[in-house]
Design a protein around this ligand. Structure first.
Ligand code: SF4
Length: 543
């Protein structure tokens, strides 16, 4: 195996024996094969389109779902991923048979096998290191990780009935291009930027899907304590799964709590009518070993991020959608299908209520429309000098000790700064008493990682309000924490919007070669982080 797609990769260079995330070598390899045959499927779909033939939305969904399945911490189940490989190979064969012309399809599109051994052997030859040129490899991986992020966002929009075929076509076109040895470094850099542009489009369609279906997020206080009824904890990002769970648990004598990236669901008006939707339990994903133990009830993982569970609570873990873990019950149901959560509800009824680990509340819901509703207040605070700077601290949290930096950084910020956040990075500082500025909280949480889109819209609105020509003239500092591939697409999306001088930590991605880092530094001013003291001085001097 060789995997370096996330921030926690071994030795900041690559996992080669087992993933720091817990991914076994066989799983990593079969994921590589899944990516390979999905590139093949994309070749076939692009060839069909060239011939003027229509590609079904269901085929587009296979491409995005396959990419999503290989995201960090989403699916650890060898058997499920092998089944995806077989399904994709079958599609490749059937769809290729519909082509009328000769298209020179590559091995990725034509390779077929039913043998587990052959698949395992093939998988070893199609991984990241199959690209020998370091810079080409770096750019290919940067693009693929961005595509994985887009695929995840697209899938969440698809389950709510929203489709954007041009994004699916881009995903498939980009996959064929990264497999084309004729593409130069410059062409791959251009494709990276285009990936960022489609990242914005992907987040926009998900934002449209979420807000059309569930309303605009509004300022909401979320309880972080517990009640006395048994609970079901729901984690991940899929709001449709949450909706189905809330409907099925009504009047059942169990409460529903959010975990980690599901917290922002509380901000949507549509979920407020459920009296048994009581609060948020715990923190960011990486603390789940302790927190799932003390939760006592069943836990539904709708997407990433799964930490391999301890035996003591493994029978309480359920997965659905792209998530999977061997030995945990998977709840079936594809796009447009109802899911049956009765097994979870039945188990919950026999469980003790969650053990209290915290008390109090957190406030969030500062997505675009809510902040714009406060625009006069915000603009007045900037004009009067009450707010001197905004600091975008979006992104992910992770288990590395070095991420204590983000809590310390938030504490060390001057009192006249406001943090704009989205994603699970916020758990490093959203329970600190950071106060407010004239009634505007100093931490404005827009929502999940995809709601970084809201932060970009807020920046664009401020640029308009202040009559600026360049988004970089705004008093905004970017100090983003990354962990997995959705943060990669958020970064590329910000670059495509022209944002410069983004600081990325706690370490720069291992998959960036020195040449690619150089390009990002020269063109976009991308930089890492230092100590809190150094960075506070540096970032404020940069503005
Ligand atoms: Fe390692 Fe991250 Fe890949 Fe897991 S996802 S194997 S931790 S690089």
């Amino acid at each position: 195996m060789f995997c370096y797609q996330c921030q926690e990769t071994a030795g900041c260079s690559g996992c080669t024996k087992i993933g720091v995330c817990g991914k076994k070598a066989e799983v990593s390899n079969i994921q590589d094969l899944l990516r390979y045959v999905t590139i093949g499927l994309s070749e076939v779909t692009m060839a069909l389109r060239q011939e003027g033939k229509v590609v079904d939305a269901a085929v587009n969904h296979v491409v995005s779902s396959n990419l999503f399945t290989t995201i960090t911490n989403a699916n650890f189940d060898d058997a499920v991923i092998s089944a995806c490989v077989k399904e994709t190979m079958a599609l490749n064969k059937n769809l290729a048979a519909q082509l009328s012309e000769i298209h020179n399809l590559s091995d990725a599109a034509t390779w077929q096998s039913n043998s587990h051994e052959e698949m395992a052997e093939k998988a070893k030859t199609v991984g990241v290191l199959a690209t020998t040129n370091e810079d080409i490899r770096s750019l290919r991986e940067l693009i693929v990780y961005g595509l994985k992020g887009i695929a995840a966002y697209l899938k969440h929009a698809n389950v709510l009935g929203f489709e954007k075929e041009e994004i699916d076509i881009f995903l498939q076109e980009a996959l064929t291009k990264i497999h084309d040895d004729r593409l130069s470094v410059d062409e791959l850099i251009a494709l990276t930027m285009e990936t960022g542009k489609f990242g914005v489009a992907g987040m926009a369609v998900l934002n449209e899907a979420n807000t059309t279906t569930y309303g605009d997020p509004e300022i909401t206080k979320v309880d972080i304590g517990v009640g006395d009824k048994p609970g079901i904890l729901i984690s991940g990002h899929d709001l449709k799964d949450l909706e189905m769970l809330l409907q099925q648990t009504e009047n059942q004598g169990v409460d529903v709590y959010t975990h980690s990236e599901m917290l922002p669901a509380h901000y949507y008006p549509a979920f407020k009518k459920y009296k048994h939707f009581v609060g948020n339990y715990g923190n960011a994903w990486w603390k789940q070993k302790e927190e799932f133990e003390s939760f006592n009830g069943p836990i539904l993982m709708t997407t990433n991020c799964i930490v391999p569970p301890k035996d003591s609570y493994k029978d309480r873990i359920y997965t659905t959608g792209a998530a999977g873990f061997p030995g945990c019950t998977h709840i079936a149901g594809g796009i447009g299908e109802a899911k049956d959560f009765s097994a979870i509800i039945k188990q919950a009824k026999g469980c003790a209520a969650p053990k209290q680990i915290e008390t109090g509340s957190i406030v969030g819901g500062f997505a675009y429309n809510q902040v714009i509703a406060l625009a006069d207040k915000v603009v007045a605070a900037v004009k009067s000098g009450a707010i001197k700077k905004f600091v975008v601290m979006a992104g992910c949290d992770g288990r590395m000790k070095s991420r204590d930096y983000y809590a310390e950084f938030a504490k060390a910020l001057p009192q006249d700064t406001v943090i704009l956040t989205a994603g699970c990075a916020k758990y490093r500082y959203n329970k600190l008493e950071l106060g407010d500025i004239g009634g505007i909280p100093r931490v404005l949480d827009a929502g999940q990682c995809n709601d970084s889109y809201s932060l970009a819209l807020i920046a664009l609105k401020l640029k308009e309000v202040f009559g600026l020509d360049d988004i970089n003239d705004l008093p905004i500092i970017y100090n983003i924490a990354w962990y997995e591939q959705k943060a990669v697409i958020v970064l590329l999306a910000l670059l495509s919007l022209g944002v410069k001088n983004i600081h990325l930590g706690p370490t720069l991605p291992a998959f960036l070669s020195p040449t690619v880092v150089d390009v990002l530094v020269k063109n976009f001013g991308i930089a890492g982080i230092g100590t809190v003291e150094e960075d506070i001085k540096l970032f404020f001097a940069e503005q």
